[in-house]
Design a protein around this ligand. Structure first.
Ligand code: SAH
Length: 216
């Protein structure tokens, strides 16, 4: 993938990710490779590698690079694993997972965002991403169980269908909390037992749906 921003990406990895403790080489490699600027509108491309989230339309945002890297690292992903993502947005997080060799299933409730993300996947030849427009708090039962589940919007609680659709062993990462501030929560399922722990305080857009917030 040659597209003119290689050095900027490398600097993002060296200055924003490694100093904050991202040390999973596969995550760093994906972050250094996937062209983040192609997931935002043209006018914002020069800012795409900045240390902040950016608007992607419809009142939604693409997360700060560090948060994408942190959530990905918390998943402890191996190539070939099946990953469900809730909140496709611009598709950047899904592309990072796909670049790491995952079989990605991603769900987005806003049709126009999903349509744009799909065009970007095609353009960048990500063929290991299956997507649909729907309420992702219901999961994607037809393709369950998933080795990993990542929710990139913040909900009031952990949606029960997602825990049910998580494989054993499996890991689910989701921001949980109130509307303004959430705790990035890591749920692990192993030998039939489900445990959760908090990794970091974060600020995400709202997870809206049957098992999320009911209103904007
Ligand atoms: N992973 C995205 C982040 C986008 S922001 C990226 O890399 O750009 C979170 C997204 O979650 C928004 O696009 C929002 O529309 C979507 N979302 C919120 N509630 C949802 C739900 N119940 N199902 C699917 N997507 C949802």
């Amino acid at each position: 993938m040659s597209n003119g921003y290689e050095k900027t990406r490398r600097r993002m990895v060296d200055e924003q990710l490694i100093p904050r403790g991202i040390d999973d080489q596969a995550v760093l490699e994906a972050m250094a490779t996937v062209p983040r600027h192609l997931f935002v509108e043209e006018a914002l491309q020069p800012q795409a590698y900045g240390d902040f989230p950016l608007p992607i339309g419809e009142g939604q945002t693409i997360s700060q690079p560090y948060i994408v890297a942190l959530m990905t690292q918390l998943l402890k992903l191996s190539p070939g694993q099946r990953v469900l993502e809730i909140g496709t947005g611009c598709g950047y997080q899904a592309a990072i997972l796909a670049a790491m060799g995952a079989q990605v299933y991603t769900v987005e409730r806003i049709k126009s965002l999903l349509a744009r993300a799909r065009r970007t996947f095609d353009r960048l030849h990500f063929f290991n991403i299956l997507s649909k427009a729907d309420d992702g708090t219901e999961g994607w039962p037809e393709h369950a169980p998933f080795d990993r589940i990542i929710v990139t919007a913040g909900g009031p609680r952990i949606p029960r269908p997602l825990v049910e659709q998580l494989a054993d062993p499996g890991i689910l990462v989701i921001p949980v909390g109130d509307r303004d501030l959430q705790e990035l929560t890591v749920v692990s399922k192993e030998n039939g037992e489900v445990e959760s722990r908090v990794a970091e305080r974060v600020r995400f857009v709202k997870l809206l749906g049957a098992h999320g917030w009911q209103h904007e």
